[in-house]
Design a protein around this ligand. Structure first.
Ligand code: HEM
Length: 501
């Protein structure tokens, strides 16, 4: 409401406009913190696919949505537009990841970690699925048993629950069984997500000269990053020694986890030290847990809000498609589309393809960007644009499936394949910016999609679920993110049992 009033007073919303006074720029910036997605949506509607800009605290965002401009961003030199610099600003690794201070320009220190995730982790998913399924089953029951019982049914805070479950799954893929079973380590790996979000946000909002002092204080007080670092560095040191022995022809134990794959793909010329390997792993850990946990939570909430999808989704996972999924980590078209639709309407991020400008740059239409600006895509607004998505604000869980597949799976006529052609969650493109763009599209998307499907399958197979308060708001926004509220509760009733709220 505050934003609407402010916006009505301001007909000219552009950050670069000369009419923007220092005070107005700052007020716009602070308002963006509270109402980012709505502000982006308004500007997107007004700009009609042309580039537009928004003032945010400490810098300016230039949004591009036309395919030719997105292409220009993707093909710009890494010396000029940098994903790494933008991520460094967002995560403040110097204070949140034991002093990790990666270079702004992507590629200088090697990008082996992309291959480690895109190829080695992805190829390995089918072999870790049985361990992940066991971990989900054990952890889900244990978490459920801990939740407060009201009138004989447990009210589960779904977001914290799913983040804990995601930590359990990802720990297996990232650190292997030995490290991931250490309780103190697992607790730190969980708190690391919240600590990183909190410290990074405080540092970003502080005047620059205060960042080192407050950053040091916060990083000494919230110590989860140190616990993770100190637990993993000796493991990486041992792995480096084993790798050396293997190269010299000696027989050593084989490991299939991200620690090993990052070592195996680190630059041949200047191989990474144990510290560098673990720093990289910490950055990957943050991104993966945060995004998978949020996307899964929204998908479960959508399952509660749209119970008509439960039956066809159950039929799919109880049939032969699930065996194919277990052996390939892909497939399950109905569930795939349901998750994609949930992520389309409640994406964690309203912007994607972030690049920080390191040297003066301009789009082909003449829009100029200065050093320090960010060029981004308005991912959420694109996903709500009727040009790409018919009936865009309506939740149509199977919109991305082939109509023939829907007809075969269900006898009702209420599910419609609204898109002109089927597509999958892990696809990328100008109209599906969930995973970024072109050269830098997320290499972890096949793993992420498999992890979300495994959690959702567990819920569908074993529980009926209901939101305790379906009409209360489920999320809040901060900057460009939409985050599930930790207070939203779901009742997971063992299948066939009737829940009494
Ligand atoms: C729902 C989950 C996830 C979402 C929504 C997501 C989204 C993204 C996005 C938007 C980018 C930036 C791409 C660009 O700017 O063009 C990205 C990059 C990246 N993601 Fe993900 N991600 C997810 C899960 C994961 C997981 C599980 C991993 C690792 C196991 C991972 C590893 C990476 C890496 C390494 C990059 C940087 C790629 C590069 O520098 O070329 N992500 N991701």
């Amino acid at each position: 409401k505050i934003y609407d009033t402010w916006n009505d007073l301001n007909t000219d919303r552009t950050c670069s406009s000369n009419s923007r006074t220092w005070l107005r720029k700052h007020l716009d910036g602070w308002l963006y913190l509270l109402a980012g997605p709505s502000i982006i949506q308004r500007s997107y509607n007004a700009a009609k696919t042309k580039p537009f800009d928004i003032c945010v605290p400490n810098n300016r965002l230039v949004f591009v949505s036309e395919p030719k401009h997105i292409k220009e961003v993707d093909s710009a030199s890494d010396k000029i537009l940098s994903l790494h610099a933008a991520t460094k600003t967002m995560l403040q690794p110097k204070y949140t990841m034991t002093g990790f201070n990666w270079l702004d320009e992507r590629g200088i220190e090697g990008i082996g970690f992309v291959k480690a995730v895109r190829t080695l982790l992805t190829n390995n998913i089918p072999s870790i699925i049985p361990d992940i399924q066991r971990a989900i089953s054990d952890k889900f029951s244990a978490l459920l048993a801990d939740h407060k019982s009201v009138n004989g049914v447990r009210h589960s805070p779904v977001y914290p629950m799913i983040v804990k479950l995601t930590v359990e799954i990802n720990a297996l893929a990232f650190f292997g069984k030995d490290v991931s079973t250490n309780k103190e380590f697992r607790s730190a790996a969980l708190h690391f997500i919240e600590d990183t979000l909190l410290i990074a946000e405080i540092i970003r909002l502080l005047p620059k000269f205060m960042a080192p002092i407050i950053g040091k204080l916060l990083s000494g007080y919230l110590t989860s990053h140190k616990v993770i670092f100190e637990a993993l560095v000796p493991v990486a040191e041992q792995r480096l020694q084993e790798t050396d022995l293997r190269r010299r022809g000696l027989k050593v134990e084989n490991h299939s986890d991200c620690i090993q794959w990052i070592i195996d793909t680190s630059p041949k010329k200047n191989p990474w030290t144990a510290t560098r390997v673990i720093h990289e792993l910490m950055a990957l850990w943050f991104g993966s847990v945060h995004a998978i946990g949020t996307t899964t939570t929204f998908a479960i909430q959508d399952l509660c809000l749209h119970p008509e999808y439960v039956e066809p989704l159950r039929t799919e996972i109880e049939g032969p498609a699930y065996t194919i999924f277990e052996s390939t980590a892909q497939g399950l078209p109905l569930m795939d589309s349901f998750i994609k639709e949930s992520a389309r309407l409640t994406p964690l991020e309203s912007i994607s393809t972030r690049r920080q400008v390191l040297g003066p740059w301009a789009l082909s239409d003449g829009t100029k960007l200065d050093v320090g600006d960010w060029v981004v895509t308005p991912a959420r607004s694109i996903m709500r644009d009727p040009i790409y998505y018919p009936d865009p604000l309506h939740f149509e869980g199977f919109r991305f499936v082939d109509q023939a597949v829907i007809n075969q799976a269900t006898s009702t006529e209420c599910f419609k394949a609204l898109q002109s052609k089927p597509s999958s969650l892990i696809d990328t493109g100008d109209d599906w910016q969930m995973w970024g763009t072109g050269r830098m599209t997320c290499p972890g998307r096949i793993y992420a999609s498999a992890a979300i499907k495994l959690m959702l399958s567990h819920v569908l197979r074993n529980y009926d679920c209901q939101l305790v308060n379906p009409t209360t708001s489920r999320y809040y926004t901060w900057r460009s993110t939409t985050l599930p509220k930790s207070s939203t509760k779901v009742v997971f009733s063992p299948r066939e049992a009737v829940a009494v709220l």
